[in-house]
Design a protein around this ligand. Sequence first.
Ligand SMILES: C[S@@+](CC[C@H](N)C(=O)[O-])C[C@H]1O[C@@H](n2cnc3c(N)ncnc32)[C@H](O)[C@@H]1O
Length: 398
Amino acid sequence: MTHSSPALTQLLSHFTHAWHNNTFVKISLGNYQGELPNLKNLYGKRLNLKAGTRLSFTYRYKTRDEVKNYTFEEAVALINSLLVDGFQIATIQTTTNDFIFDYLPKGKTRLRTTPPTTKDPPTGAHDRTKQRSIAANGKSYLHHLGVTDANGNVLKDAQDKFKQINHFIELLRVELNALPPLDITRVVDMGSGKGYLTFALYDYLTNELSKSANVKGIEFRQELVDLCNNIAKQSDFKGLHFEAGKIEDSDCNDVNVVIALHACDTATDDALAKGIKAEAALIVAAPCCHKQIRRAIEKSKPPTAIDFITRHGIYLEREAEMITDSLRVLILEYFGYKCKAVEFIADAHTHKNVMLIAQKTKAERKPEVLEKINAAKAFFGIEQHYLEKLMRMQNCQL
Ligand SMILES: C[S@@+](CC[C@H](N)C(=O)[O-])C[C@H]1O[C@@H](n2cnc3c(N)ncnc32)[C@H](O)[C@@H]1O
């Protein structure tokens, strides 16, 4: 057993100072030469628990990790004993300096001080407490919409909705951040319903991204429009408004972001057509039912190499969904959009879990995409996709 050294005493003194001044970031111990079999490293970080602040140590063994939490006093004693008898090197990161303690030949020790690896103070939040784009507390609209209680706690039966709201923002975060400021001044949410996602989007754009966005929800159910307008007023969301009306009749010529989440059947196409016509910088749709294409395939019943699959109703439904949305993507691509289809919400909540995200590019119209659209329609016996019809009606020739 070796003994504590001045360098080690100094290290523990820096640790104590950093811990009490909230500048401690993390500690790591390495080069273990003690008696615990297979122990390799030890990593420690601050952890705020209900019981108080702890130092959470991860013991990294050859084939497994073990986590143990200690009070500050326990942690100091532990670090001391582990460095006296086992680990040969320790690094403590603080926001002001890093401190590196190690053993030299003949049992000598030293302490080096270097500039800090990070100047960001750690949050100390428990790993399991996920940082959300939209926080639950301090958001009166979430309370008025029935997602949280008055204290900002997410209600038990609104957990899925809260997750969906956040997932929606997280999926769009990159695209929204990438938009030039001028491109998010006019946002339209088509078929906004009770407005959960419309409110969250407005909140994120104005309060997180500090953009002066003007967001409009279009919804044909007057009672929902009135409810949402009241909540927007109570929340002092001056740039958020809801209008009663049909998507297909809405005037959207100058919009730059179009959202349509679970708007029924071809209402999604109405929204896409409005966005394409307006040359919106970003179009986001989570399609709902896909009846138009399903009916078209059922009617023509084309003999294809895959009709052994689609003779089952459930597979026909899934196929209709994929064909409807893939043709939507092709039509968007034809009009110069770069598209991706991603999972919106997990299957457990609803099977309507696809989101199409389309970003306008400067690309010219592409004849080869048109060929693909026509070949797909011919293969599946589809006369025309509803979105094509809408584009033709708007004199946007395909
Ligand atoms: C399933 S809800 C989705 C609401 C909201 N977008 C969301 O994801 O939480 C669809 C909403 O779209 C509205 N809607 C459907 N077709 C519409 C149309 N053609 N014009 C306006 N609103 C429409 C419905 O009244 C309904 O409130």
